[in-house]
Ligand binder design. Sequence first.
Ligand code: ATP
Ligand code: MG
Length: 477
Amino acid sequence: MEFLNTVEIDARLHPASSAQSKGRDGNISANAREPRTLTITAASSNPKMFTLPWEKPLSVWPQELLANLPRGISRHIVRFVHVGDEIYAMKEITRNVAEREYELLRRLQKLDLPTVTPIAVVTGRHDKSGEPLESILVTRHLKFSLPYRALFARNLRPDTAQRLIDALAVLMVRLHLAGFYWGDVSLSNVLFLRDADEFTAFLVDAETGDLHAVLTDGQREYDMDLARTNIIGELMDLSSGKLLPGDVDEVEVGNRLAERYHSLWSTLTDTENFKPDEMWKIERRVNKLNKLGFDVDELEMKTTEDGNRILVRPRVVDAGYASRKLLRLTGLDVQENQARRLLNDLDAYRASTWQDDEDLEIVATDWMRVVFEPTVRMIPPEYRSQIEPAQFFHEILEHRWFLAEKAGHDIPMREAVKSYIDTVLPKYKLDTEDVEQLNAEADSGVVDDDSAFNANDDNYGSDAVDNDPDAAVWASR
Ligand SMILES: Nc1ncnc2c1ncn2[C@@H]1O[C@H](COP(=O)(O)OP(=O)(O)OP(=O)(O)O)[C@@H](O)[C@H]1O
Ligand SMILES: [Mg+2]
């Protein structure tokens, strides 16, 4: 395992380290291999990590450390924790699983795939009386992301389920192209980011996955089948909780995932054949792939045996065609559809300011200063953690268009922003109560492995609540 930087805390600071790692029944358990001292393994060090209460089960960490953001359903205890200026997601799991998932996430990140970013694995935890606690996998909280249940908790466009499925199909194709077999695809294991009128999906739970050089068709189909089954189940569950619009057919949405996936897979990987004088068709294919957001690294070309046809197969690299272009021009790092939208606006700005002959880089600097930045600076502070600037900008453009159509003339940007903030933005807001309700639901799926560690442990029994100043979170569950 490649760890750039391992930080170990001295055992003497932690009386827990003197304890033998014995199981509850007195046998040396699997935890015998747990390090005796608290060990934080991370690619880069964040001194604030040392100040966290690792000696307490995650379920009783003090409220003031926690960030109240929506979580999806999980079997393990997951909490969002403020660490300096950042918010980390902490998941309490066994050491082997934590280390494996950390390593896999690191490899997926190196391949530039859309997953949460691994930060650290914390092992060798013990409570005050020396009893071992489970390990913790730390990932960076994916900013502006929402679990699917949070999306369905608010007023929605009727096609939200379809749009989530389309995003998931793209994610699965991207992961499969890179050789990642997921093994547990479900809406709960994905996070969604708004991306202009669509969504982008990120992998959040890699626990069951495996990275191969290439996946066989059988492996891909198996992953897809499981995804379909899980998603139909999750949608039925939403439906019984009256969260799904009545006309959504769960099985149809599940089938849509398979259709979308297969059609995108074949667009990206099929071999086409052309006559030697039809080479322009290759350009058309590459343009189509770029439009879908995928870059082509190289084209594999072979002639047929009779020499009359040319077989062409693109080697697709990952998605992100427009977002890489925008990043290059403006330094903005946004989702693909947002990037496309912003690039279109940049083009429109270039034409309307008679700068067609000017370098795009120079126009882009102007556009940032004159158009983009003044607009996103108008996001009211209370919404800054809830909507991405690029998404805000996209929605302002939509809203402005809608106002102009109604009024029959152009609407100044400032006016459009003001109207959007007054009438549309409040629908975005997830208030504290919504989040608390979502998280209570998310926790109802927790199979508390830690209770196996502490099965007979009175430290966390009801007596302890009265004495423990931090027990509020735990006691309220
Ligand atoms: N880095 C992160 N950013 C944002 N949300 C996160 C992050 N990590 C975890 N979450 C939230 O916590 C939830 C549970 O995480 P995860 O799926 O990894 O737990 P799990 O217990 O392994 O799940 P399962 O029951 O599928 O095994 C996710 O659905 C997601 O909402
Ligand atoms: Mg999960």
